[in-house]
Structures are given as C-alpha cells and as structure tokens.
Design a protein around this ligand. Structure first.
Ligand SMILES: [Zn+2]
Length: 379
C-alpha cells in the first residue's frame, strides 16, 4: 500500500464518523465445547464486573493521557509521551511520509510514537463487529500465524523450564489461538484475550481455545491469576503501553513471567532504511521502541529482565517479496510481486529470516517479598 495516498478521512465524511454504537466495553467469554463444564476454565475466567481489582487498567476513554479529550472515534488526537508524559518532541516523519500518522520522538526519554494519532476508541469499535470466517477472509494472515508457531518454540521451551509444573498462561492478542494451542499441548491451562471478534471466534470454535473477546483491560481478569503472559506484537498497538504492562503485572502471580515481542528501532537496518522500514509503515503501529525505551517502560511497571533476544521470523517467500514492495513504497511493485508469487506458488515455501529487527523479552514479576517496593503510581 502506498502510504503517500493515505490521509485521515475528512471530518464529516462517512468513514470519519465510524460505526455508531455503545463505547462501553463489552466482554464475551467464549469456551470451546470440549472444555465446557471444566471447573478449571471458569475459575480462570474474567471476574464479573464490579470485582475489578484496584490498579486495573482504565477504560479507553481515560487512556488518552495528557491534554487530549475524547473526540469522535477515528479522528486524530494529540497525545503526550507514552512513557514520561512529556509534551516536548521532535518530528521524525510528518504524516503520510512513513505512515498515516506523524511520528515524533520525545525529547525527554527518546520514545518514538505516533502523534497526533487516530483515536484509539477505534480498537473497540472496529474490531468487535466482525462475524466473518477469519481463515476465508484473511488467508495470508491465517497461513502466516500458523507458520510462526515454530518461531516461538524456544519461548515455549524457556517457559516450560521456568515453570516445570506448568500453570496458567494468558495470551494478550491471541488472534486465532495457534500459539496457545501449542502451550495447551505442553500441559498449560490456557486463556486467550482477543478484541477482534472473528479471530476470537476462530480461536474458540476451530482451534478450541477459551477466549475473552475484548481488550486486556476490559477482560477484568482476577489479580494474580496467571503464571505466564504472552504479548507478541501487541504493545506497539496499544494506546497506553505502560498502563497495559501494569495490568499484566497485576494479573501475574509473583514470580510469574511475561514474554513480550515487538519491532525495534535501534538497528542498522532502521538507520539505513529510515521511513522505508517495514514495521514503521504499518498504520496500526503507534509506538516504536528501542531496547532502551522498552526497558524504561517495563521498569515503570515493576518488571525485571529475565532474558533479551534479538530475533527475526519465518516468512513465506511471497510475504518476503511483498515486504520488498512495502520497503520500496510502491503499490505497483506490490501488485506485480503478489501476482507473480501466487503463480510461482511462493506461498508454499517458507524461509527463516533473522534480521534481528525484533526484540523478544522474558520479564519477571519479582517474587512477593520484592514486590512491595515496586512502583505503582502513574508515570
Ligand atoms: Zn518521553
């Protein structure tokens, strides 16, 4: 997609108004038939409204820190820094250069973020209405997700070693549930959190994973209910990354682990490609972490580092070719490459590309004695 053509919809246009409907978060818990009636599943599920423990995440309307108010969903809002809340920044890429949003860098802590950016209320509004068959509508992403299970084999091995008795694992943004299915087979009790309704239905009905169809904050999980949490390629999308990390900290048992993965922007490749860097051009990405800014974010939430790796991922050859089109910022090249790769059956061939352009962290919630000193207040 050529980002040069992407602009915010004009105020008053049909698209800008978005879908009308309640903004109150709803939570649907979906339990696969094979697990219905299993008492371990209900005990692990979302607590009823009202039993939400103190310190849990705020609603989306409250998530816009600083000077933003709450305009209609889908309209751009100005926001302060997601880590230090400073309102002083350098513009790195004006709107339409790297992606739809303008990308800035905080002068105080160095965080790169989209500002102004599309109001994050769209996360609840736009993803909850999908009733379609995910695999049929989005076959490329479906294939990619299945393929990428192998990229996390070492993560499963690490968590299996850290938790020899297994326990409960929650995946924030579980999509179709393939990753949790692999954990289920390793003996873990699993729960998926997925705001996209079509993906959540896929996870529940086709893959057999109990799934809460909401954001993490709206899921209102019980305090200290999980031994491990996975959040892979999600933190760059959420409106308040430190708030989300604090919510995971609350949900984890003392001594529990969070595995977090996100692109990084302290690579040679990013310095060379700049605005052409592939993950920068994804309009859904609103935070862009370096190793150092991500360290600041997780330390604010109280986490300690267990392990840090720089990783790449497994791609089909057609996806790899498509990414070349993204980097070239050419819609024409993407179309040509796409049609050629389908003809050459490149989607059947996969390769593992380790560009070390992503950071995968295993973080630890300190055991109970150490938790008392952890920072709890707002940044
Ligand atoms: Zn900052």
């Amino acid at each position: 997609m050529s980002s040069g053509a992407l602009r915010y919809p004009k105020v008053g246009s049909k698209k800008a108004l978005g879908r009308s409907g309640p903004t109150t978060p709803q939570t649907d818990t979906m339990v696969p038939s094979r697990l219905q009636g299993d008492h371990r599943v209900s005990a692990f599920h979302a607590s009823p409204a009202g039993s939400h423990a103190a310190g849990a995440g705020p609603g989306y309307a409250e998530l816009h820190a600083g000077r933003s108010t709450a305009p209609a969903a889908g309209l751009p809002v100005s926001v302060t820094c997601g880590i230090c809340r400073a309102d002083s920044f350098t513009v790195l890429y004006p709107a339409g250069v790297a992606q739809l949003n303008q990308i800035v860098q905080c002068k105080q802590c160095g965080l790169m973020y989209a500002n102004p950016r599309k109001n994050a209320d769209h996360i609840e509004l736009e993803t909850r209405s999908g009733e379609w068959d995910f695999a049929a509508v989005n076959p490329q992403r479906y294939e990619k997700e299945q393929l990428q299970i192998r990229d996390y084999a070492t993560t499963r091995a690490l968590l299996n070693r850290l938790h020899p008795a297994r326990g409960k694992v929650v995946e924030v943004g579980c999509s179709c549930g393939f990753q949790l299915d692999a954990f289920l087979k390793d003996g873990w009790e699993v729960l998926g959190i997925e705001p996209d309704r079509s993906a959540a239905r896929q996870a529940t009905n086709k893959v057999g994973i109990p799934t809460v169809n909401s954001t993490l904050e709206s899921a209102r999980l019980p305090t200290e209910c999980a031994d491990a949490v996975l959040m892979l390629h999600v933190i760059e999308h959420v409106p308040d990354p430190v708030g989300t990390l604090r919510e995971i900290f609350r949900v984890l048992k003392p001594g529990g682990h969070l595995v977090l993965e996100t692109p990084r922007y302290d690579t040679l490749m990013y310095r060379v490609l700049g605005r052409r860097e592939r993950s920068l051009s994804c309009d859904g990405h609103i935070f862009f972490f370096t190793t150092e800014t991500l360290r600041k974010a997780y330390a604010l939430a109280g986490f300690e580092l267990e392990k840090l790796e720089y990783v790449g991922r497994t791609l089909t050859l057609d996806r790899l070719a498509y990414n070349v089109g993204v980097i070239a910022k050419s819609a024409f090249l993407q179309r040509v490459v796409s049609s050629m790769s389908r003809r050459l059956l490149l989607q059947k061939l996969s390769v593992t590309v380790n560009l070390r352009d992503m950071q995968r962290l295993c973080l630890r919630k300190p055991p109970s004695e150490a938790v008392r000193g952890a920072p709890g207040g707002p940044a």
